[in-house]
Ligand binder design. Structure first.
Ligand code: BES
Ligand code: ZN
Ligand code: ZN
Length: 501
């Protein structure tokens, strides 16, 4: 990933292969950053300026003499100034960074003063542009040979300041953007890694490794421990695969906060969802390697939280299993006794995510006095049908928590929309043989799944459930994400933890 640098001391000191300038439609680019005109006086007479209009996502490269400190300026249009806020800036930075890579440039500079005329606040705009530039370059090349890896990334992005030193808020904001991008890239990397590599055991290794690098506590419960504990719902999902299930628990407890009530994040970690005995149709089945995105997100969020030294205790729980139709697989009609003690009848083995999650929820509340729980899961196709691929489903009876998740999601480009925990649908989860059936009718499928989970949340526990089926996977390339896993949820959860519950 590119380095983030800072160039203070005024425009005379700025130096990079290209300066970036974000310009609203109808605005004079020369006025967007007067200091840039000092750093690159040739800009004032550059003929290409005449044709630049500042339309949304318009890109123009202007050239000065190659020996100059700033030999190029890349103008990116933000569209109408009234609408140009954090979303547009994030995307503009992404487009610019991609363009720099296309041109094989090594470095770019963004004048801090260009944010003054935009809405959203300078700190947030810095964070989003750093984030956008970094994440736009993310691609998964681990399994490609050297000549297939594509053009090299630029090496660094600098923020340019007219002051003699870097203002603290800009520095902190840039570092936040950088950590968010690293965390996001990590989540995408975990989600895109094929399931023959990213097994539950490999997820555990990733967590142990991340814990060592970022100073977290990590405990991996293996199959024997899970059996002893009675996590039979999780075990049921994994029993059709030769890759054993694991429950990974990460804890971040900074000094002085060891005894705090933790914020608990739970992520669905189905490393491959074939559907099991209720096997899925083959179309797009490969995308089900991404059915551990919830777990990938919470693991990645923990690394960012630790790197930022956020003064809060946070626990992440990642129940991981591979849902396969092997000889030992769980079957429709089976009944298991979940960790909570409730017996659960399995109706369709493809509704496996809620099995993992119900044990993780019960485990969290038994082990910790939770300040609140947020679970995140690629849980139901129904949620994707209801909200499409750009909006996540949000379920919570806690209006304050749900309002905060929505507001944060909106700011960071991860919109969530509330769906109801409609209690009358609980009766459809009645089972003839067990305490509860894990599945209701097809209609309202996302709600039924959430209602099932709610059965495992104690009265008085603050809880939100995020259904990211659909938003977890992009079907086409955008400036911020190539097609494939999106890591949707990473940014919202980092900011939620920072804000506190
Ligand atoms: N992992 C899937 C949900 C999913 C679908 C995620 C599409 C991402 C994209 C989940 O385990 C599943 O298969 N759910 C079933 C539940 C049904 C059997 C009640 C579904 O949504 O069809
Ligand atoms: Zn499934
Ligand atoms: Zn699934």
């Amino acid at each position: 990933m590119m380095d983030i640098r800072f160039q203070a001391g005024g425009p005379q000191a700025w130096k990079a292969d290209a300066a970036l300038l974000f310009v609203c439609s109808g605005e004079d680019p020369l006025k967007a950053s007067p200091a840039l005109l000092e750093a690159a006086p040739w800009l004032g007479i550059s003929p290409g300026l005449r044709d630049f209009r500042g339309d949304e996502n318009e890109i123009t490269v202007l050239y000065g003499h190659p020996d100059l400190n700033i030999p190029r300026v890349i103008l990116v249009g933000l569209g109408e100034s009234g609408k140009a806020g954090v979303d547009k800036v994030r995307e503009a930075a992404a487009l610019a960074a991609r363009h720099c890579r296309k041109l094989r440039l090594t470095s770019m500079l963004l004048p801090f003063e260009c944010f003054a005329g935009l809405s959203g606040g300078a700190a947030r705009l810095v964070e989003e542009s750093v984030y956008g530039a970094l994440i736009s370059l993310y691609r998964y090349t681990a399994l490609k040979s050297a000549d297939e890896k594509g053009k090299p990334d630029p090496l660094w992005l600098a923020l340019g300041f007219t002051e003699s030193s870097v203002p603290d808020i800009a520095h902190a904001a840039a570092r936040r953007g950088e950590r968010a991008a690293r965390s996001m890239a990590m989540a995408r990397g975990l989600a895109i890694t094929p399931s023959n590599i990213m097994t539950p055991g490999a997820m555990a290794e990733q967590a142990v490794d991340a814990a060592r690098r970022h100073g977290l506590k990590c405990k991996v419960h293996d199959m024997a421990e899970l059996a002893e504990m009675g996590c039979n719902a999780l075990l049921a999902v994994g029993q059709g695969s030769k890759n054993e299930p694991k429950m990974i628990v990460l804890e971040y407890a900074p000094k002085g906060h060891e005894e705090d009530k933790p914020i608990v994040l739970i992520g669905k970690g189905v490393t491959f969802d074939s559907g099991g005995i209720s096997i899925k149709p083959p179309t797009d089945m490969h995308q089900m390697k991404g059915d551990m995105t919830g777990a990938a997100v919470v693991l990645s969020v923990m690394t960012a939280v630790a790197d930022e030294d956020i003064p809060r205790r946070v626990v992440a729980i990642m129940p991981c299993a591979e849902n396969m139709p092997g000889g030992g697989a769980f079957k429709p009609g089976d009944v298991v006794k979940s960790f909570s003690g409730k017996t659960v009848e399995i109706m369709n083995t493809d509704a496996e995510g809620r099995m993992l999650l119900c044990d993780a929820l019960a485990y969290a509340q038994k082990k910790y006095s939770c300040a609140g729980i947020v679970d995140i899961a690629t849980l139901t196709g129904a949620c994707m049908v209801a909200l499409g691929r750009e909006i996540g489903g949000l379920f919570s009876d806690d209006e304050d928590l749900s309002g905060r998740i929505r507001a944060i999601g909106q700011t960071v480009g991860e919109p969530f929309w509330p769906l109801p925990l409609w209690s009358p649908y609980r009766k459809a989860l009645k089972s003839e043989v067990a305490d509860i059936s894990h599945m209701g009718p097809r209609e309202g499928g996302a709600i039924n799944a959430a209602i099932f989970l709610k059965e495992f949340v104690n009265e008085g526990t603050r809880w939100a459930h995020l259904d990211i089926a659909g938003t977890d996977w992009a079907t086409k390339d955008t400036p911020l994400c190539v097609s494939g896993p999106t890591g949707f949820g990473v940014r919202t959860l980092i900011d939620l933890v920072r804000a506190g519950l």
